[in-house]
Design a protein around this ligand. Structure first.
Ligand SMILES: NC(=O)c1ccc[n+]([C@@H]2O[C@H](COP(=O)([O-])OP(=O)(O)OC[C@H]3O[C@@H](n4cnc5c(N)ncnc54)[C@H](OP(=O)(O)O)[C@@H]3O)[C@@H](O)[C@H]2O)c1
Length: 394
């Protein structure tokens, strides 16, 4: 039985807290803390299971330390924004409490997400006898576990990996993002990057396009992006020759994004407006629909998974492992759309395996470094069943 502190009361935090509450035999006490206390209280008031709430500004390590000392959690689940990762990791180190997040650290003024800032915590965490699990969402997260599972059970060597993230949900708005708009738009407008033959190859933003026919969704335009799980997977997958990440975007979405970019609304450079500095992207976030409000309106499915191409017993094989998630079914269960759901469920599962001692270690871990089997089994039990299909060799 463990006490869990969840930081961040946004779309993902809402799912994590409700999924932890569904497992009271694992999580005996839950505290939801965030910058805006009212958001935590609104979630608490909508739940039957009792939880505590607290206000914390997680940009300040000392505030997190004080909260940890008061609530005494066994683990902190960080589902605030990537900007808070280091302050929360520092607070966990100081109080010797296990840590988990779903997105790698990114400095607010530099749109570059990488594990380079978090991996150096490995030694201090080892010395303190605590564990940090990085990227326990869907992508990163489940996609890393799919890779570990394929490596353990399906292939002797994996040569090519394509991570495919398709969201065919329709929320009815002309333009909205499915998770934090600022983080989402920073990710999409950055240069694309994939890894081939030992090096990173950079592409212009959204310049590489293809079409993929997804099970239960159908054919969709997919665009090559950089995504952080590739940074750790290239270190841990044997025989890898190439890994790429693809995401679906509709023409309507990209047209809006182009216009916003062209007029400067996606910039993170401060501009002077009516006597004060504002950041255009933060202003844009304020006028776009709150991703947390999309749940009741979003219809359709998401399909996220990995296509592996490699060799088993001397034979070439191509296998797709994926999970399909229905937006409306998620809303019925936890009052959220599928994008927050597919992130929040793996965060809960990662924390559950850690506090149960199944996935316990000392230091900093990416998901594929741990045994995939208990995680794969838990996905089926906790709302994200996965499927596997063999593909023809082309
Ligand atoms: N791995 C994956 O598959 C995946 C997928 C989607 C998202 N994510 C990650 O999940 C995280 C949460 O995303 P989301 O969609 O839930 O975002 P969100 O709806 O914007 O929620 C973020 C929450 O964090 C709170 N917060 C921000 N700054 C804070 C601070 N300094 N101290 C305390 N709380 C703070 C916000 O508080 P306010 O309400 O006061 O602003 C908000 O409640 C992000 O890091 C995102 O990158 C991962």
């Amino acid at each position: 039985m463990a006490r869990v502190l969840i930081i961040g009361a946004g779309g993902v935090g809402n799912v994590v807290v409700r999924k932890c509450a569904q497992n009271p035999d694992v999580f005996s006490a839950i505290c939801l803390a965030s910058r805006t206390l009212e958001k935590c209280d609104a979630i608490r008031d909508d739940m039957e299971h009792p939880i505590e709430t607290a206000r914390v500004d997680a940009d300040h390590k000392d505030e997190v330390v004080a909260l940890i000392r008061r609530f005494k959690p066994d683990i902190v689940i960080n589902v605030a924004l990537p900007y808070q990762d280091l302050a929360i990791m520092d607070a966990c180190l100081e109080t010797q409490v296990h840590y988990l997040d779903t997105a790698s650290y990114e400095p607010p003024d530099t749109p570059k997400f990488t594990y380079e800032w978090q991996w150096p915590y490995d030694e201090p965490y080892k010395k303190a006898g605590i564990m940090a699990l990085l990227g326990s969402g869907f992508d990163p997260g489940v996609t890393n576990v799919f890779c570990a599972y394929a490596q353990k059970h399906l292939f002797d060597e994996i040569h090519y990996v394509d991570i495919l993230d398709a969201n065919a949900g329709d929320h009815g708005y002309p333009f909205a993002t499915n998770f934090n708009p600022e983080i989402n738009i920073r990710e999409i407008t950055a240069k694309g990057r994939y890894w081939e033959n030992g090096q990173w190859v950079e592409t212009e933003p959204l310049a590489v396009k293809d079409v993929y026919d997804f099970p239960e969704i159908g054919p969709k335009d997919i665009y090559l992006l950089y995504h952080e799980e590739m940074e750790s997977l290239v270190k841990h997958i044997k025989g890898l020759k190439r890994i790429r990440f693809w995401m679906t975007f509709s023409e309507k979405y990209l047209t809006h994004l182009n216009v916003l970019q062209n007029v400067g609304m996606t910039s993170i450079e401060p501009i002077r407006f009516e006597g004060r500095d504002i950041i255009p992207l933060q202003f844009l976030k304020a006028v776009l629909p709150d991703p947390g409000s999309l749940g009741p309106r979003t219809k359709g499915k998401a399909n996220i998974g990995c296509v592996f191409d490699g060799v088993k017993d001397g034979q070439r094989k191509k296998i797709h492992i994926y999970s399909v998630c229905d937006h409306q079914a998620c809303y019925r269960e936890v009052k959220s759309q599928a994008v927050s759901y597919t992130t929040g469920v793996p965060a809960m599962i990662g924390a559950m395996l850690m506090v149960q001692g199944v996935w316990m270690g000392k230091g900093v871990f990416n998901m594929e470094q741990l045994d995939p089997d208990p995680f794969m089994e838990a996905l089926n039990r906790h709302g994200l069943p996965w499927q596997q299909r063999e593909l023809p060799i082309d």
